[in-house]
Design a protein around this ligand. Structure first.
Ligand SMILES: NC(=O)c1ccc[n+]([C@@H]2O[C@H](COP(=O)([O-])OP(=O)(O)OC[C@H]3O[C@@H](n4cnc5c(N)ncnc54)[C@H](OP(=O)(O)O)[C@@H]3O)[C@@H](O)[C@H]2O)c1
Length: 308
């Protein structure tokens, strides 16, 4: 009887100790990002802009990079309440000299880089035979080559610090490629593969690689007509705010892959991997020729808008 009481007491103490350790884990505090130096590419709009706000709210020192300098200044004033220390570096990620200048400017100002968010991206979608070859090259550079080159530049200081996070904003479309965007899907699949390979290469160095896979998100990339279509086929459209907040929650938990789109997305990914013919059947019913035409029209409209 006495032994049994000691056993019960011992078990209760172990459970309490376990709970206390879990509760006090530093990851639970939003302040772990305090003073972290975070480079965000594509910070002028959409998800990148939401990242800027979310990281600034947690006391990080954010570095905003994108081509449209006037929008970066807008973001700076938007987050001024949270972050006094914001560095705007207008950057075209397709220019290697500008990438080098970005990293140099950050190191000169802060002496370190804690998190790189490779978020800048463009999309070309529709029927492949109608793609503009110049836009395809621009997309492959922006979505993939530029992200790789910027990660390369940030690695030297991160390896010297023995800490850092390289976060690549990919897409569910890279893991579950659909017929509406073969070239875009290829760039995002490439970025997913790059993230996995680099993660393995960096094992034991203290530098983490995180893959972010947003699903449909309400940004300039996804105009209202397409959002309506997406909702019409029963899928959800996330807000950039949700993508940013959920990313940070998962980042702090130590996740390597951060998925969006809920259960449906995970189911699609599972089907794609284990039952590809079922995945094809499901997609055939969702991604119709009309939907592809709608997406192609949007790409053309974006091109006209950019040319102005
Ligand atoms: N929206 C979605 O449904 C969705 C879904 C999955 C994944 N994603 C990914 O999420 C990321 C963010 O996209 P978003 O949805 O937020 O679209 P967005 O609002 O159009 O933002 C794209 C950002 O990329 C920047 N950018 C484009 N080309 C650039 C270049 N050459 N140099 C520097 N910056 C460049 C743009 O800034 P400037 O024009 O000022 O340079 C802009 O800030 C992208 O990688 C996208 O592929 C989006």
């Amino acid at each position: 009887m006495k032994r049994f009481r000691w056993f019960l007491l011992g078990s209760a103490a172990s459970v309490a100790a376990y709970w206390l350790v879990r509760y006090l884990r530093p990851e639970h505090s939003p302040l772990v990002l305090n003073q972290a130096v975070v480079i965000i590419t594509g910070a002028s709009s959409g998800i990148g802009r939401a990242y800027a706000l979310a990281f600034a709210r947690r006391g990080a020192r954010v570095v905003l990079a994108a081509r449209r300098a006037e929008l970066l200044e807008e973001v700076r004033s938007e987050i001024a309440t949270y972050a006094a220390d914001v560095l705007c570096v207008p950057t075209d990620v397709n220019d290697d000299t500008q990438l080098e200048h970005l990293v140099q400017a950050v190191l000169e100002r802060y002496g370190r880089i804690d998190i790189l968010i490779n978020n800048a991206g463009v999309v070309v979608q529709g029927m492949l035979q109608n793609h503009d070859p110049k836009r395809v090259r621009e997309m492959a550079n922006t979505n993939l080559a530029a992200a790789i080159n910027l990660a390369r530049l940030c690695l030297t200081p991160m390896l010297a610090q023995r800490s850092g996070v390289i976060m690549n904003v990919c897409s569910v479309g890279g893991a579950v490629p659909n017929a509406s965007m073969p070239a875009y899907a290829a760039t995002k699949a490439g970025l997913i593969a790059f993230s996995s390979a680099l993660r393995r290469q960096l094992e034991g160095t203290g530098v983490r690689v995180v893959t972010v896979l947003p699903a449909y998100t309400d940004t300039d990339m996804l105009p209202p007509a397409i959002q309506d279509y997406v909702r019409g086929i029963g899928l959800s459209v996330d807000t950039p705010h949700y993508v940013a907040e959920h990313t940070i929650d998962e980042l702090l938990k130590g996740e390597q892959e951060i998925w969006f789109g809920g259960f449906t997305t995970r189911l699609f990914a599972w089907l794609e991997r284990h039952l590809p013919f079922v995945s094809t059947l499901v997609q055939r019913s969702l991604i119709t020729p009309e939907a592809i035409a709608l997406l192609e029209q949007h790409t053309n409209e974006l091109d006209v808008h950019r040319a102005r």
